[in-house]
Design a protein around this ligand. Structure first.
Ligand SMILES: Nc1nc2c(c(=O)[nH]1)N[C@H]1C(S)=C(S)[C@@H](COP(=O)(O)OP(=O)(O)OC[C@H]3O[C@@H](n4cnc5c(=O)[nH]c(N)nc54)[C@H](O)[C@@H]3O)O[C@H]1N2
Ligand SMILES: Nc1nc2c(c(=O)[nH]1)N[C@H]1C(S)=C(S)[C@@H](COP(=O)(O)OP(=O)(O)OC[C@H]3O[C@@H](n4cnc5c(=O)[nH]c(N)nc54)[C@H](O)[C@@H]3O)O[C@H]1N2
Ligand code: SF4
Ligand SMILES: [Mo]
Length: 668
């Protein structure tokens, strides 16, 4: 029988789409968009459609596996759970709970995926990861400036006169915002794109500004200098609602337009043009995550925030420094789920430096790693070091749907349920403010089990099973407790399949900020407690000719490793009908200088590692820039992260994945 059911996309993505899923004879046969969803309106991307291929793939992991003499052997769940809980007990007794590391990312946006934290907290508190490879620098930056990271509601962009898309690959990563941009443009808004790559969003822009990677903070400073020179700053906002403006002025006075232009590789005329764009209000700014994956990532976002502030675009309809929308996540009751007070001990490694930290940890050393919802061997920077670290522990447990690079290294692999095989609710704190309901539609193949089942079984064996004896309804109700008072109940969500969360659609409209002063802080009091003075800085990437001449001489090209079109990170490469290859996209000047042709084979390397692939030429890519899409598995020639650096960004919470110099040569 053919049955079309409403559901939702679980992937870590801006859009958090509503789905129509066709189920036939107990199998998912098609994934489509739910036309009733208020934001995603029946349109979904290829990654969403491919969830059907993922669910039904013959490569799915079906049984618990244990590595014996270098080979995986099938074992029963009973044995796997008894042995793993036995190891957990023994390690805790001998070395304490911190000898276990929980390595994870956010592959699945389900609320109940956070129950892993409950498990580890009840266990006594393991070594946890903090910071984020994804958006960490920018989130922290906006906390310093505004007190939190909030975006305008999706419809608000239609009120903008000008829209600046700054380092966000909208056409590829955020398709429903792309449609909003098209609509806004049709209504007369001007679209400006600032990016080192001439991407599909740049193609539709009225104005495209190409910038040297990592130099956006300086570019924002140049635009601010021009605004001030022209006397276009918004004094009514600055005087009444901000702190530290004098410090900003002093910073800007300390540098010249000529040097900003030289370093950003953006002309002064373009900066003047942008000064008029920002002050021709309302102008909205939509920042992406690419440009904060640099050493100076926090300051970059802070300088762009400052530009939005001095031009009077904060808290107004059609304006905003839109980056992420933490209001969405803040609608749920995480602590009810995570029970963080149950932690007896605490130790944190940053996500970026997890490999180094594993290798150097003492008192206690790391003896076991449990990996969930992540694929660190391809996604965490400095793959060679990650491999060394993950191979160094005596027990590596990976809970996975597929035999990824990380799973290959494991001592135990536990097969996880995939989308549509368990009930959950899905949301994303990146773009819109709707939460979606996803019922269980089909059974898992083989013996694959939901993560929650695995935590419950392990908890039973470790003596805190009582903390896991709840039904899905009870868990979800717990997570929705905060919303309940607003009439946003689980029943309503189940019935309607999506619910609007009670967020402010024009954040900061009341000009009451969540900072210590209650004002917008150019000089941040929170920042002061962390870096000593909390001031804005004109800082630079770690790997550039301005910071390390010798390194830049040896490795003259900037390597970006942006998100792939058809895969969410590493999730789909093995499912393509044509075997994927590493594509090295090079700016035209590199192709000219090295006499490269489309399809040539080349090698890209730096001191951390190397990778080979075929050349594709970016006619309008910023000079000396290379891109290799992230996520590709080692069996197809990856990972690009063999080249990237595990440095942390300036505020300590973000990655520097795109702050990466390389060299390239043709391979004959
Ligand atoms: N198709 C697809 N969509 C996805 C994902 C995916 O894997 N595939 N992943 C999802 C996730 S987890 C995330 S975090 C988001 C990310 O969404 P985005 O932020 O849109 O994507 P990124 O690939 O990180 O890079 C965005 C853009 O930053 C630009 N960029 C890089 N360096 C600089 C710089 O120095 N300055 C400027 N101005 N621009 C720069 C790149 O050229 C690129 O156009 O996408 C989500 N959507
Ligand atoms: N070079 C480079 N590296 C990057 C980035 C970049 O732009 N460039 N982007 C960074 C960003 S923004 C992000 S968000 C990270 C993403 O990093 P990851 O989240 O580690 O990347 P994914 O490839 O999505 O891997 C997730 C794994 O989780 C598994 N999985 C999916 N659902 C479930 C589930 O329900 N349970 C369990 N147990 N497992 C599940 C999938 O099969 C997959 O193998 O990568 C970062 N790494
Ligand atoms: S990956 Fe993103 S755009 Fe694609 S279906 Fe899922 S939520 Fe929608
Ligand atoms: Mo991400």
């Amino acid at each position: 029988m053919n049955d079309i059911r409403q559901s939702a996309c679980p992937l870590n993505c801006w859009d958090s789409c509503g789905f129509h899923v066709t189920v036939e004879n107990g199998k998912v046969v098609k994934v489509d968009g739910d036309p009733t969803h208020p934001i995603t309106k029946g349109k979904i991307c290829g990654r969403g459609r491919m969830l059907e291929t993922r669910a039904n793939s013959p490569e799915r992991l079906l049984y618990p596996l244990k590595k014996i003499n270098g080979e995986f052997k099938r074992i029963s769940w009973e044995t796997a759970l008894d042995e793993i809980s036995g190891h957990l007990k023994e390690i805790k007794e001998k070395y304490g709970p911190l000898a276990v590391l929980h390595s994870h990312d956010y592959a699945n946006n389900g609320l109940l995926k956070n129950l892993d934290q409950r498990f580890f907290n009840c266990f006594g508190g393991v070594t946890e990861l903090t910071g984020s490879l994804c958006w960490g620098s920018g989130i922290e930056a906006q906390k310093w400036d505004f007190g939190d990271a909030y975006s305008h509601g999706p419809e608000d962009v239609l009120a903008s006169k000008n829209i600046v898309v700054w380092g966000r690959n909208v056409a590829r990563t955020n398709m429903h915002f792309y449609q909003m941009l098209q609509k806004a443009q049709k209504q007369g808004a001007r679209l400006i794109v600032i990016d080192p790559l001439y991407n599909a969003t740049a193609k539709m822009a009225d104005d495209f500004i190409t910038v040297k990677p990592g130099m956006d903070g300086l570019l924002a400073a140049g635009i601010m200098k021009e605004i001030i020179r022209l006397g276009l700053e918004d004094h009514s906002f600055i005087d009444a609602h901000t702190e530290g403006y004098e410090d900003l002025l002093e910073l800007l006075e300390g540098t010249s337009m000529a040097s900003i232009s030289e370093m950003t590789e953006v002309s002064i005329e373009e900066m003047t043009r942008l000064a008029y764009v920002f002050t021709d209000k309302p102008t909205s700014t939509y920042m992406g995550l690419g440009m904060q994956r640099y050493k100076n990532g926090g300051n970059t976002i802070r300088l762009i925030d400052a530009l939005v502030a001095i031009s009077g675009n904060v808290g107004i309809k059609g304006g905003g420094a839109n980056y992420a929308n933490l209001q969405v996540g803040q609608s749920f009751s995480f602590d009810q789920i995570a029970l963080s007070h149950r932690k007896e001990q605490k130790r944190q490694f940053t996500m970026m430096k997890q490999a180094e930290e594993i290798l150097s940890a003492v008192n206690p050393a790391i003896h076991m790693i449990i990996v969930t919802c992540g694929n660190p061997l391809t996604q965490v920077p400095d793959t060679n070091r990650v491999k060394e670290a993950f191979a160094s522990v005596s027990k590596l447990i990976v809970i996975e749907q597929f035999m990824t690079d990380t799973a290959m290294l494991a001592d135990y692999v536990l097969p996880a349920a995939a989308s549509f095989e368990e009930e959950d609710i899905y949301y994303s704190s990146m773009y819109h403010h709707y939460v979606n309901y996803g019922p269980k539609l089909v059974e898992s193949p083989g013996e694959a089990k939901p993560d929650l089942w695995i935590w419950t079984q392990l908890a039973n064996r470790l003596g805190f099973g009582d903390e896991f004896h709840f039904t899905r309804d009870q868990w979800l109700t717990m997570g929705l407790e905060l919303l309940d008072s607003n009439g946003k109940t689980l029943e309503a969500l189940k019935q309607n399949h999506w619910l609007e969360l009670p967020v402010k659609k024009i954040p900061w409209q009341d000009h009451v900020f969540k900072t210590a002063s209650g004002k917008y802080e150019f000089t941040s009091q929170l920042g002061k407690t962390k870096d000593g003075n909390g001031r804005l800085k004109l800082s630079l990437p770690e790997e550039s000719k301005w910071t390390d001449k010798k390194l830049a001489h040896e490795f003259p090209f900037s390597l970006l490793t942006i998100h792939p079109l058809r895969s969410n990170h590493s999730q789909n490469y093995h499912l393509y009908s044509k075997e994927p290859e590493v594509k090295i996209e090079v700016a035209q000047n590199i192709a000219d200088d090295l006499r490269l042709q489309e399809g040539d084979r080349a090698r890209v390397w730096n001191k951390r590692g190397e990778i080979e692939g075929f050349i594709s030429i970016l006619k309008k890519g910023h000079p000396n820039t290379i891109n290799i899409d992230e996520g590709i598995w080692s069996r197809f020639g990856g990972s690009v992260n063999t080249l990237t650096s595990s440095s942390e960004s300036d505020n300590g919470l973000g990655s520097t994945l795109y702050d990466c110099l390389v060299n390239l040569e043709k391979v004959l």
